[in-house]
Write a protein that binds this ligand. Structure first.
Ligand code: URA
Length: 210
């Protein structure tokens, strides 16, 4: 993957995203659409995975059949909203190893503080896909990727549903080696750090909280 930012403009992705943005979309509808869209985004983020071949026997003959090369990939969800993307991707890649990073923002320093960190072993040998639906300020994504790199990951991709120009720029400055795949690059961040036009608080919308 050579592009720093890939926008998945597939009509199914764009259509489902519009349904999700609508404030009238129910919690169950939002969750279902997120699940569907995450499969399509996962398809794109894994597009350039390296292949090798394995000898198999079809009913007709032996053949060297293409299979994904290397260790099982690692999916790392940034809590809590990342879990909405994670569930769908795991349907497509059920053998992936899974990690979680939990961060909250210190109200005084405004810096992200880690409260949970559990990731698969041998990250240096795996493609690591970090998932968080909203790349807004980029602060928590950058902090999470700092920690994931410190745990050994060297081949990382970041998958989100929506990105802001500010978040993409922050990621580009901090982690230029981490390609971003998203369904949309929205217009801007508002003064509360929400993506505009956005879809509101992704965690609240998928879990039905306020
Ligand atoms: N997180 C969200 O859930 N929504 C935004 O718009 C920004 C950050």
């Amino acid at each position: 993957m050579t592009e720093h930012l890939t926008i998945v403009d597939h009509p199914l992705v764009q259509h489902k995203l519009s349904l999700m943005r609508d404030k009238g979309c129910s919690t169950s509808g939002f969750r279902q659409l997120l699940r569907e869209i995450s499969l399509l985004l996962a398809y794109e983020v894994t597009r350039s995975l390296p292949l090798t071949t394995r000898e198999i026997e079809t009913p007709l003959m032996r053949m060297d059949a293409p299979v994904i090369d290397g260790k099982k990939l690692a999916l790392i969800s940034i809590l809590r909203a990342g879990n909405g993307l994670l569930d769908g991707i795991l349907e497509l890649i059920p053998s992936a190893r899974v990690g979680f990073v939990g961060l909250y923002r210190d109200e005084v320093t405004l810096e992200p503080v880690e409260y949970y960190f559990k990731v698969p072993d041998a990250l240096d040998e795996r493609l690591t896909i970090v998932v968080d639906p909203m790349l807004a300020t980029g602060n928590s994504s950058v902090a999470a990727i700092d920690k994931i790199k410190a745990a050994g990951a060297t081949n990382i991709r970041f998958l989100c549903l929506l990105a802001s120009p500010e978040g993409v720029e922050r990621m580009r400055a901090a982690h230029p080696d981490v390609p971003i795949v998203t369904a949309s690059l929205d217009d801007h961040l508002n003064d509360k750090g929400y993506i505009v036009p956005g879809l509101g608080d992704a965690g609240d919308r998928m879990f039905g909280t306020k």
